[in-house]
Design a protein around this ligand. Structure first.
Ligand code: PMP
Length: 297
């Protein structure tokens, strides 16, 4: 993630990643009370562009608000700092990680004082090449009555880490987590789309982080005339469907080959996911996208 030359932003200063320091008594460190984002930038004809920068920093502010954390920066300020960060590190196609961590406090009162840390690195491929093998996880997503599932809070990710470990230990690439009622929710760090009977289904808000890539895919699907329905469904509806894919900033659009070792009825190339994946790669680089009127089949 960093080397001798990497520059980071921390609380108003540009520092070398190797020499930057922080305290050991922060609430974030002990209890996971911090919020973060995952953002990508792409090289385009008009220079480096951060994809949906505004939406990501608005979500960061929203996540901070759910945890009563004061973040003393506006969306515009943070976007400007992020462009500076990319320039200082000579990065174009980059993965950007803003982290807001709370100050020193070891009691459980909400800590409002925050630190803003920005870093970026080259993370071209999140998963290895090839279609993903997903395992329906024995771990459920956090209950929306227990925490703000739609916020990107550091502590929520222990759930993702456990589910990923379980999936890897059983020879799978990633976990597909359900809600407490057994409906499909999302993968460890990405949203799930299912193509069935010529329609794209995706779980509704509730037990998921409503992804920004998920919104982009919904907009692109509409432009192609593909119907998208937000619907609760159980894993047995996946088996025998036409295809499926994950969406997320890190994973972008990624084909799923099997869920619990069961394949889909179509080759990836013949699914909506493949069309959207190609269009997405052009769109993020500001290249012209030819939307098709896809016939439901
Ligand atoms: N769900 C979870 C749990 C995630 O961590 C992510 C990655 N941020 C997503 C979904 C996808 O969200 P986005 O498209 O905004 O990256």
């Amino acid at each position: 993630y960093y080397d001798d030359n990497t520059v980071i932003y921390l609380n108003g200063k540009w520092l070398s990643a190797k020499s930057a320091k922080t305290g050991l008594y922060q609430q974030s460190f002990h209890y996971g009370n911090g919020v973060f984002e995952g953002i990508r930038s792409y090289a385009t004809d008009q220079g480096t562009k951060i994809l949906r920068a505004k939406a990501h920093f608005e979500r960061l502010l929203y996540s901070a608000k759910t945890m009563y954390i004061d973040l003393h920066h506006s969306v515009d300020e943070m976007i400007e700092l992020t462009y500076q960060l990319l320039e200082k590190n000579n990065l174009k196609d980059a993965y950007i990680r803003p982290l807001v961590y709370t100050d020193e406090r070891l009691g459980l009162q909400a800590e409002s004082q925050s630190n803003l840390f920005l870093c970026a690195w080259d993370w071209s491929q999140y998963f290895d090449a090839g279609d993903l093998k997903l395992k329906v996880s024995p771990y459920c997503r956090p209950d929306p009555n227990s925490c703000h599932v739609d916020a990107k809070v550091s502590g929520h990710y222990v759930n993702s880490i456990l589910a990923t470990k379980d999936a890897h230990d059983s020879g799978f690439d990633d976990a597909l987590l359900l809600d407490q009622q057994g409906h499909v929710a999302e993968a460890s760090g990405a949203n799930f789309f299912l193509q069935k009977d010529g329609v794209l289904y995706t779980p509704p808000k509730g037990h998921i982080l409503p992804g920004i890539t998920r919104s982009i895919v919904m907009e692109m699907a509409a432009a192609n005339g593909i119907a998208v329905k937000e619907k609760l469904f159980k894993p047995d509806e996946i088996y025998g469907a036409q295809g499926a894919f994950l969406t997320g900033t890190a994973v972008e659009i990624k084909a799923i080959g099997t869920v619990d070792n069961k394949p889909f009825s179509r080759h990836w190339e013949d699914t909506f996911g493949a069309t959207l994946q190609q269009q997405f790669q052009r769109k993020v680089r500001n290249q012209k996208v030819e939307y098709k009127k896809v016939r439901a089949a």
